[in-house]
Design a binder for this molecule. Structure first.
Ligand SMILES: Nc1nc2c(c(=O)[nH]1)N[C@H]1C(S)=C(S)[C@@H](COP(=O)(O)O)O[C@H]1N2
Ligand SMILES: [Mo]
Length: 532
């Protein structure tokens, strides 16, 4: 049944042409809806745009195994892939709705509203949702899209069997072309404008970052020993430049926080003197500079999600002590410190670890500059020896002292372990898998890490041969990774190189391969090469 009998039809067309034009109308309506929504999101906030909202809501609901698979398969591009996936699904639905609207004009148009509801619901479900205004972009976009589809479907030619009637043969085609072109142009305009305005957003944050001159740290990191870097081509750089530093987070839109208005609140169980600190308050404290190697729990054996940087920050333990916080071993009531970010992330660390004397930091600088936005500007947490998801909250704005029994932070709700010290790991950087080195001496080299315990031994095994000790490069600190090399007298043929490390507690990396979920991958890294 058609619900558009009242519209006079001027030209007729075969079914395939009508369906094609319907699909085109759907696409235009979908495009207009998105463009309007994204433009509206500029006014509300970028996180409220439907693609980002649906993407973020999807990330929130992704089980640990799937998130892990996404990181494994797409790396830091995982978010791009997700957004393209959402756009692809939207496109298919828009095409289908458009074709449906050829026969069922009102219902098809109303179908567009469903997207508005989905987008709005996603935006409102986010942990950082700021209330009903977050629903506006999706709803507004959907209404515009629905109206446009209704109008365009009304201009479609009549079916063949219903001959043209009335004057002005071809008039509707012209109106359709004009309306479609106008809609496409307006959408493109809105899209481009939205883009530009979104780019301009965060200007205060950028300016505040440019204005920061980090004071000289009162406590310098000791100079990195020259021999910490193995001189073998293909080995990781001992210090990871910011541009190469891995990035793992759930933020589809990187938060742009203005340091001049940023505040951090410290409160909760056992806090006798609550504190709210500004960025300047932090800079007025003694700053310490430390080299710390950060690792992601989603790093596979041999994987890339590990990096070493020179951080500047304030000691978190001192701040906590000033607030009256005592670790559980000294009778404090809180055993979990929950850090909360401006984008609603929650990360829980053991209070005992944070206050046991290690260099747990509220970091403000990374490799000689203020934190990059991607890495948590203006302030992030770092606790040497703990995986990032239980220690390294970026864009931090709140610290709450609580207990592991009473609160599960973001990742713990998603199957990851409550506590996760970094597992001892080693990685062969060179030769690369399936390399074809020439017979003779082949330099095998790489990195090993066991943050806050230190690396004492690295061994290499060729095929099923005996374990041979690699030469350890100089140690920077037990909170950083350590490089190693091994001069292998390589004979022709296919060979498997395997590496394992022993930490300073004397424990050797287990051979047992585990997945990254729930508390980090274990097992030995190996590389297959063909010596020619
Ligand atoms: N706000 C926020 N902080 C976060 C995360 C996040 O998703 N959101 N991810 C954590 C994880 S899982 C890791 S491994 C580190 C990565 O820090 P990087 O991106 O600076 O390398 O940040 C941590 N801090
Ligand atoms: Mo991570």
């Amino acid at each position: 049944m058609s619900d558009d009998d009242t519209t006079p039809r001027k030209t007729s067309a075969p079914t395939w042409a009508r369906l094609g034009l319907g699909a085109l109308s759907g696409l235009l309506a979908g495009g207009a809806a998105l463009a309007v929504a994204e433009l509206a999101a500029v006014a509300v906030r970028p996180q409220a745009g439907p693609v980002v909202a649906v993407g973020s809501a999807a990330i929130d609901r992704t089980p640990a195994a799937v998130k892990d698979w996404a990181i494994r398969s797409f790396g830091t591009n995982d978010k791009l892939v997700l957004q393209f996936g959402i756009l692809a699904v939207l496109t298919l639905f828009a095409l289908a709705l458009g074709m449906f609207a050829v026969r069922h004009r009102r219902t098809g148009a109303a179908g567009v509203l469903v997207f508005g509801v989905v987008g709005a619901a996603a935006a409102l479900s986010r942990p950082d949702s700021e209330g009903v205004t977050d629903a506006l972009p999706s709803v507004l976009g959907a209404v515009v899209g629905a109206v446009l589809l209704y109008v365009l479907a009304g201009l479609l030619p009549a079916p063949r069997r219903q001959p043209a009637q009335g004057p002005g043969e071809g008039w509707d085609r012209r109106r359709f072309v004009i309306a479609a072109t106008a809609a496409a142009a307006a959408s493109a305009g809105a899209g481009v404008l939205g883009r530009a305005l979104n780019g301009a957003g965060g200007r205060d944050a950028v300016a505040s970052r440019n204005d920061i001159a980090l004071p000289a740290p009162g406590s310098r990191a000791p100079a990195v020993p020259r021999r910490a870097q193995v001189r073998v081509a293909g080995v990781s750089s001992f210090m990871t430049p910011n541009s190469d530093f891995y990035r793992v987070d759930t933020a589809l839109v990187v938060p742009k926080v203005d340091a001049t208005t940023w505040q951090l609140r410290i409160h909760g169980d056992g806090v006798t003197r609550e504190k709210t600190l500004t960025f300047d308050d932090l800079l007025r404290r003694e700053l310490v500079e430390r080299n710390i190697t950060l690792t992601c729990v989603s790093n596979e054996v041999g994987g890339p999600y590990v990096g070493n940087a020179r951080w500047i920050g304030v000691r978190l333990a001192d701040l906590l002590a000033e607030c009256g916080v005592r670790p559980p071993s000294k009778g404090g009531p809180a055993d979990q410190l929950v850090a909360r970010s401006v984008d609603g992330m929650t990360i829980g660390s053991p209070v005992e670890d944070v206050m046991d004397g290690r260099d747990a930091l509220l970091a403000v600088g990374m490799n000689g500059e203020p934190l990059p936005f991607d890495h948590g500007f203006p302030v992030r947490m770092l606790v040497p020896g703990l995986y990032g998801y239980v220690s390294a909250c970026k864009w931090i704005e709140d610290i709450e002292l609580t207990t592991f029994d009473s609160y599960d932070p973001y990742w713990v709700k998603r199957d990851w372990a409550r506590k996760a010290p970094i597992k001892t790991q080693s990685r062969i950087d060179t030769p690369k898998p399936f390399a074809r080195p020439e017979a003779g001496t082949v330099m095998v080299a790489g990195v090993a890490w066991a943050q806050h315990r230190g690396i004492d031994k690295v061994e290499i095994r060729v095929d099923d041969g005996p374990w041979e000790e690699a030469v350890l490069a100089a140690e920077d600190s037990r909170d950083t990774w350590r490089q190693w090399s091994y001069a292998w007298r390589a004979g022709k043929g296919g060979h498997t190189l395997t590496v394992r490390a022993t930490d300073r507690t004397g424990e050797t990396q287990t051979e047992k391969r585990t997945r990254t979920v729930p508390d980090g991958a274990s097992g030995w890294h190996s590389v297959v090469v063909t010596v020619e």
